[in-house]
Design a binder for this molecule. Structure first.
Ligand code: ADP
Ligand code: MG
Length: 623
């Protein structure tokens, strides 16, 4: 074959600068592209020679000294005609489409960079050589060389074994790709589950020449030989039929993929061929309440080739709290993210994933309620978040939502209502802080009313969501300190009249002593005689101001509290009897602070004042 020179294709001039510019951040994908081309070539060869016992593999060799990285396979190889056809002519089968999708989508970026394939090598190389030998009869080996991906030379090569070597001479500014650690990291990320054995080989410095005059007795230094390392020793478990996978395999896979010693709680194995091809395993990790700061990790694969982590466009956002792998070989990856978002296929895929996750939850709830309850503390932020994010998901799992009571039981909404309805109607009593609010909780305990714990960050929103969405007429949630009626005793008409009179006096005293003009004072007889007072706060008003705090509103909403003072408590009685003065003001302020502390933590200045006052009061006691 005579030396041939040429230019690759008319599109190359347009696209090469774009490849270099746009893909700047993900240059390392050239490794994925070249390894997967090697795997593809091997798959083709296997189809040509079924049952052959050949030791098929792709080997990546890095040589820091020569500045080269080589991708070597024993696949099908290419004839000169094939190089002409597959490399020179249709260099960019997807080029036009790629350009179309890419233009005007500056920030989004395409998702998989697939379809660029071989030419991605020019992102990092200042010379690319193909040495290939086709397996077909009489084919001559071919050497193809190009420096810029635009002009090439092609001549008869010297390769004798069937297969292909792609040799990249790495450009000066991309030298990291001749370093073992860098290439290894990229290989594990992208090629860890490819269907053909992939090896990394490192060319070491030449061993020092043994000195013939070396004094006797001293051994020659050992020559360091680095065995090629297998990059993908683990099978892609997600491709195995679920019935053939063992519990231990699922767990081991989780530990391998996510580099953890922890076990997952449980998992969902996705396995469909129709109406789309989707395989994967989603794990429920041990989560914590502060789900906002914990991110899951879902790895997207396309035919065992890793594409990217956490692709929001494909996987419903709330599922991102899970960990796992998803393999969708038919997903269009050389399109922009914004395209994926609106793609019908992707929507169906994501709906399917959601449904399978919901099925798993309801299945567990129906058949293994004990287990499901034991998982609840770990999974509830995820499930609640999912409900608020995705109405279909909520509809599926709504009857499996649990509420933990202060006694540690787990009940559904309908179980709670049917147990407490006689006393409460369609009301659910909850605490956002079981320790701090224990005085209020005790009052409900005394009445035999269950209190549920809603202490996660998400619960503030979730409570309102359930009221609105549960489909229970008149359903409302109230915090343990939202309603004075629960804590007060019946009183005679005379007693009530006296309370009203006292109320006026005490209101003046407390607004003066606390400096809080918004405070409403009520005098009633509390069931718990030891308490001087309790602070109650209207449920809706409190939620509103808490919401404001979470979303960082800069203005502070006035907090409307009612201080319920206990007509039958000695401290209150002595406040009524005492003379004006510092001591009386201090006592009132102390009563107010103690009541506040059973609803929420004091703020910094409040704590300082409380401590100083407490010390003073102790001093007074000593006189
Ligand atoms: P794609 O893999 O999407 O077809 P590429 O640009 O990666 O696009 O490769 C273009 C074509 O070049 C391949 O389809 C294949 O025919 C040929 N090719 C590339 N690398 C190899 C290889 N290592 N062995 C045999 N053929 C190859
Ligand atoms: Mg390819």
């Amino acid at each position: 074959m005579a030396l041939q020179q040429g230019n690759i294709s008319i599109h190359a001039q347009n696209i090469m600068p774009i490849i270099k510019r746009w893909l700047y951040s993900d240059k390392d994908i050239f490794i994925r592209e070249l390894v997967s081309n090697g795997c593809d070539a091997i798959t083709k060869q296997k189809m040509l020679a079924p049952g052959s016992e050949e030791d098929y593999k792709v080997t990546v060799t890095v040589d820091e000294k020569t500045g080269e990285i080589r991708f070597s396979d024993n696949g099908i190889g290419m004839t000169a005609e094939e190089v002409e056809k597959y490399i020179n002519q249709v260099a960019f089968s997807g080029a036009e489409e790629f350009l179309k999708n890419y233009e005007g989508d500056e920030k989004g970026g395409i998702i998989g960079h697939f379809g660029l394939g071989f030419y991605s090598a020019f992102m990092v190389a200042d010379q690319v050589t193909i040495e290939t030998q086709s397996g077909s009869e009489g084919a001559a080996p071919v050497r193809w060389v190009s420096e810029d991906g635009m002009a090439f030379t092609m001549a008869e090569g010297s390769r004798t074994r069937r297969g292909t070597d792609i040799i990249l001479h790495i450009a000066e500014e991309e030298k990291e790709f001749t370093q073992e650690y860098r290439v290894r990291e990229v290989l594990y990320r992208y090629c860890g589950f490819m269907n053909t054995p992939v090896y990394l080989e490192v060319v070491k410095e030449e061993p020092p020449v043994t000195d013939v005059n070396q004094p006797e007795g001293e051994a020659a230094p050992a020559i360091e030989v680095k065995e090629p390392v297998r990059i993908n020793p683990n099978a892609a478990l997600w491709l195995k039929a679920p019935k053939d996978c063992t519990e231990e395999e699922y767990k081991q896979f989780y530990r391998d993929v996510f580099h953890t010693y922890e076990d997952p709680l449980f998992y969902v194995h996705l396995n469909v061929d129709y109406p789309f091809n989707l395989k994967g395993i989603l794990y429920f990790p041990k989560l914590t309440n502060d789900f906002g700061t914990r991110e899951g990790e879902i790895k997207l694969f396309s035919g065992q080739v890793f594409v990217a982590d956490n692709i929001k466009e494909v996987i419903p956002e709330f599922l991102m709290l899970l960990k796992g792998v998803i393999d969708c070989p038919d997903l269009p990856l050389n399109v922009s993210r914004s395209f994926l978002q609106n793609d019908g296929y992707v929507k169906k895929l994501s709906a399917y994933i959601t449904r399978k996750v919901a099925d798993k939850l309801t299945g567990l709830f129906n058949t293994e309620r004990d287990k499901y309850e034991s998982y609840w503390e770990d999974i509830h932020p995820f499930v609640k978040y999912g409900c608020m994010r995705d109405n279909k998901f909520f509809e599926q799992v709504k009857d499996t939502l649990l509420y933990k009571t202060t006694t540690g039981a787990h009940v559904t909404l309908s179980e709670y209502l049917s147990k407490n309805e006689g006393k409460l109607g369609k009301k659910v009593i909850y605490t956002s802080d079981p320790t701090r609010q224990s005085a209020s909780i005790a009052q409900y305990d005394a009445e035999g009313i269950d209190v549920v714990v809603m202490d996660a960050l998400i619960d503030l929103n979730f409570v309102s969501f359930v009221e609105y969405s549960a489909g229970v007429e008149g359903l409302s949630f109230a915090r343990v300190d939202a309603d004075a009626a629960t804590f007060t005793k019946e009183q005679t008409e005379d007693e009530k009249l006296k309370n009203q009179a006292d109320e006026k006096k005490l209101a003046d005293l407390f607004t003066h002593a606390t400096g809080n003009d918004d405070l409403t004072v009520q005098v009633s007889a509390l069931k718990d005689a030891t308490l001087p007072g309790m602070l109650v706060q209207d449920e809706q008003g409190r939620r509103f101001s808490e919401m404001g705090k979470i979303y960082g509103q800069d203005f502070k909403l006035p907090e409307k509290y009612t201080l319920v003072l206990n007509a039958e408590n000695a401290v209150v009685k002595s406040l009524l009897a005492a003379e004006d003065g510092e001591k009386r003001d201090m006592m009132a302020a102390q009563v107010y602070d103690l009541a506040r502390m059973s609803t929420r933590p004091l703020e910094k200045d409040e704590v300082t004042a409380f401590l100083a006052r407490s010390n003073k009061l102790l001093e007074l006691l000593c006189r």
